[in-house]
Design a protein around this ligand. Structure first.
Ligand SMILES: *Cc1c(COP(=O)(O)O)cnc(C)c1O
Length: 403
C-alpha cells in the first residue's frame, strides 16, 4: 500500500503521501473538500461500502488529502495506519474512549499534558473509568500498579514541563503479555526523533498542531496504530463523526515536507541558547533531556535520535513580579499557548504532580525555540534577564532596608 515503507525518514518526508500522477502531475496533493461523493451507478455505490476506511465514500470519512497525510505519518512513525483528528487533544480523548469501557482502569503518567489530565479526572471519571497516575521514572515496576481492570498504560515521553524520558521498552514489555495497550504521546520528539513502534508502542499520538503543522496556523491531531488497534481507533472516530478537515490536513502535509530541516535547526538553536542560559547567574537549571545533567539523559541517549526545541528553564527563586518583568521585556519571544511553530515563545509554567515529586525550587518557564537566529534570541533573553535581576536586587534592597 505504501511505497515509502523502508525508506529513510527524510525521504519519507519528501515522498510520503504523494501521488502526482493521480492529480495530473501536480506535485502536492490538492485540498480535496467534499461531503457528497458521486458514483457512476448504484453497484459502484454499494461496493464502495466494502472497502472500510480506505476509499473515498463520504466527506466524514476523509478525502484524498486526509488519506495522504495519514499515509505519510504512519510510514514515518513505522506504524500500520493513522487516523487524523481535529486537534491533538481530540486524538488523545478519542483514543482513550476507543480503548476504555466503564469499569476499566487507566494508568496515566504523572507528567501528562494538563488538558489530558483534566479529561481523565473529569470526563472519564464521570463515565466510571478510573485513572491512577504513575511516576514517569517507573519502568517495569509499573507491573505493581496493574490491576485486572487495567486496559491502557499511557505515556508521554518526554513529559510536559519537566521533560522526563520514560523507559517505554520496559513498559511495553510488561504490558504486551497482559494484553494492555500502550499509548504514547510522541509530540515532542515526532517520529523523527523517537520511533514509537520500534519500541513496542501500540498507539502513537501526535499533536500535529505543533511541529508537523509547524507554522501556528492549524489545529490537528494524528493517532498512528498497530494493525491490532487500527479498527478500534478508526471505527470509534467514524462512529462519532470525528475527522480533521481537509484544509488542516493539507497544512499538515505542507509542514511535513520541511519537518526534518526544521527540527534539526530547532535542536541546534536550542543547544546554542541553552549553553548561554546555563552560564547565566539567574538560571538555576534547565529541563531538556539532551543535557548531560538531566535526570533521564541516559534513556534519551538510548532511545532518541534527537531533541527538539521545547524545554523548561528554572530560575533562581524570585517573586512573580520579576517574571512579569522578564517576559514583558522580551521582544522576540511571543507570549501564548502552544509551541512547535517557527516563532519563539515563552510562558511561566506550573507542573501538576500527584504521583511524583515536583523537584522545581524556583520559577519555571517553558521556552519554545523557533527558527530565528539564536544570537538574536540570546540578546533578547539577556535583556529580559537583566530586568529580572534588577527587580530581584531592588526587592532584596527594600527587604534589607525594612529589617
Ligand atoms: C499541545 C499538546 C497536546 C494537544 O494538542 P492540541 O492540538 O493543542 O489539542 C497534546 N500533547 C502535548 C504534549 C501537547 O503539547
Amino acid at each position: 500500500m505504501n511505497k515509502v515503507n523502508g525508506l529513510r525518514p527524510d525521504t519519507i518526508l519528501t515522498h510520503g503521501g504523494r501521488d502526482p500522477q493521480a492529480f495530473g502531475g501536480v506535485v502536492n496533493v490538492p485540498v480535496v473538500r467534499a461531503s457528497t461523493i458521486l458514483y457512476p451507478d448504484l453497484q459502484a455505490y454499494e461496493s464502495s461500502r466494502v472497502e472500510k476506511f480506505s476509499s473515498l465514500r463520504y466527506g466524514r470519512y476523509g478525502t484524498q488529502t486526509t488519506f495522504a497525510l495519514e499515509e505519510a505519518v504512519a510510514a514515518l512513525d513505522g506504524g500500520f495506519r493513522a487516523t487524523s483528528f481535529p486537534s491533538g487533544l481530540s486524538a488523545i480523548a478519542n483514543v482513550l474512549r476507543a480503548l476504555l469501557r466503564p469499569g476499566d482502569h487507566l494508568l496515566m503518567v504523572d507528567t501528562v499534558y494538563g488538558p489530558a489530565r483534566k479529561f481523565c479526572d473529569e470526563a472519564l471519571a464521570r463515565d466510571g473509568i478510573s485513572t491512577t497516575y504513575y511516576d514517569p521514572a517507573m519502568g517495569a515496576e509499573l507491573v505493581n500498579l496493574i490491576t485486572d481492570r487495567t486496559r491502557v498504560v499511557y505515556c508521554e515521553s518526554p513529559g510536559s514541563l519537566t521533560f522526563e524520558v520514560q523507559d517505554i521498552p520496559a513498559i511495553t514489555s510488561v504490558c504486551r503479555p497482559r494484553g494492555i495497550a500502550v499509548v504514547a504521546d510522541n509530540t515532542w520528539a515526532t517520529p523523527l526523533f523517537f520511533q514509537a513502534f520500534a519500541r513496542g508502542v501500540d498507539v502513537s499520538i501526535h499533536a500535529a498542531t505543533k511541529y508537523i503543522v509547524g507554522h501556528s496556523d492549524a489545529m490537528l491531531g494524528i493517532a498512528v496504530t498497530t494493525e491490532e488497534y487500527f479498527e478500534r481507533v478508526r471505527g470509534y472516530a467514524a462512529e462519532h463523526g470525528v475527522i480533521a478537515g481537509p484544509d488542516d490536513c493539507w497544512l499538515g502535509l505542507r509542514g511535513l515536507r520541511t519537518l526534518g530541516a526544521r527540527l534539526r535547526q530547532h535542536q541546534q538553536s536550542s543547544e546554542i541558547v541553552l549553553d548561554w542560559l546555563l552560564q547565566h547567574p539567574a538560571v538555576s537549571r534547565a529541563y531538556y533531556p539532551a543535557l548531560a545533567g538531566h535526570a533521564s539523559h541516559a534513556l534519551w541517549r538510548r532511545d532518541f535520535t534527537g531533541a527538539s526545541g521545547l524545554f523548561g528553564l528554572e530560575l533562581v527563586p524570585a517573586r512573580h513580579d520579576a517574571i512579569h518583568g522578564l517576559i514583558n521585556a522580551l521582544k522576540l519571544f511571543g507570549i501564548g499557548s502552544s509551541w512547535g511553530g517557527y516563532e519563539s515563545l515563552i510562558l511561566p509554567s506550573k507542573p501538576i504532580r500527584t504521583a511524583s515529586q515536583d523537584r522545581t525550587t524556583g520559577p519555571l518557564l517553558r521556552i519554545n525555540i523557533g527558527l530565528e537566529d539564536p544570537d538574536d534570541l540570546i540578546a533578547d533573553l539577556e535583556a529580559g534577564l537583566s530586568v529580572f535581576e534588577n527587580q530581584r536586587r531592588d526587592l532584596q534592597r527594600r527587604m534589607n532596608h525594612a529589617q
